[in-house]
Design a protein around this ligand. Structure first.
Ligand code: FEO
Length: 169
């Protein structure tokens, strides 16, 4: 595999585990506010991020590439309002989309079509992740100011269940 592509994928494993850490921090925030449904939604999101990292880990191994782990950064966002984590989540997903696009571009330049095919799933997944983040913001804008509506939104988010990623290597 092209050295640059391999290094970017290796680095992205770290970024995905950071994403898991960030979402666990958000779950922690909502849990402390008594919003267990929001906390559940972000705990599942954290698991999905770990899955993303593991898919890249497995992909590198499948291609005979060495994986090196670096320290995972401390989540450094501060949240005050109930909206703050949702906006931070959307901003973060847009950042991750730019990272995935960058790896895709490097793979294309290196004519590493196996990796572009592998990344197709992530390109689509980022579209879903950004949409989910935007939907949460819209719902909070609509219902967040009313206690009864917020209670129902919290109940809706409590029903999110974890499912393993659809990408099989
Ligand atoms: Fe792994 Fe939320 O993107």
């Amino acid at each position: 595999m092209n050295d640059k592509v391999s290094a970017l994928l290796n680095d992205q494993i770290n970024k995905e585990f950071y994403s898991a850490y960030l979402y666990l921090d958000i779950a922690n925030f909502y849990s402390q506010k008594g919003l267990d449904g929001f906390a559940n939604w972000y705990e599942i999101q954290a698991k999905e991020e770990q899955d993303h990292g593991m898919l890249m880990y497995q992909y590198l191994h499948n291609n005979g590439e060495k994986v090196t782990f670096e320290a995972i950064a401390k989540p450094d966002k501060t949240f005050e309002t109930l909206m703050d984590p949702l906006e931070a989540g959307l901003e973060h997903e847009k950042y991750v989309t730019s990272l995935i696009n960058g790896i895709y571009e490097a793979a294309q330049k290196a004519q590493d079509f196996r990796t572009t095919q592998f990344l197709d799933w992530f390109i689509k997944e980022q579209g879903e992740e950004e949409k989910n983040s935007m939907d949460l913001i819209t719902k909070m804008e609509l219902f967040g100011d009313d206690a009864r509506s917020l209670y129902m939104l919290n109940s809706e988010l409590a029903s999110r269940a974890y499912s393993a990623p659809s990408l099989v290597l």
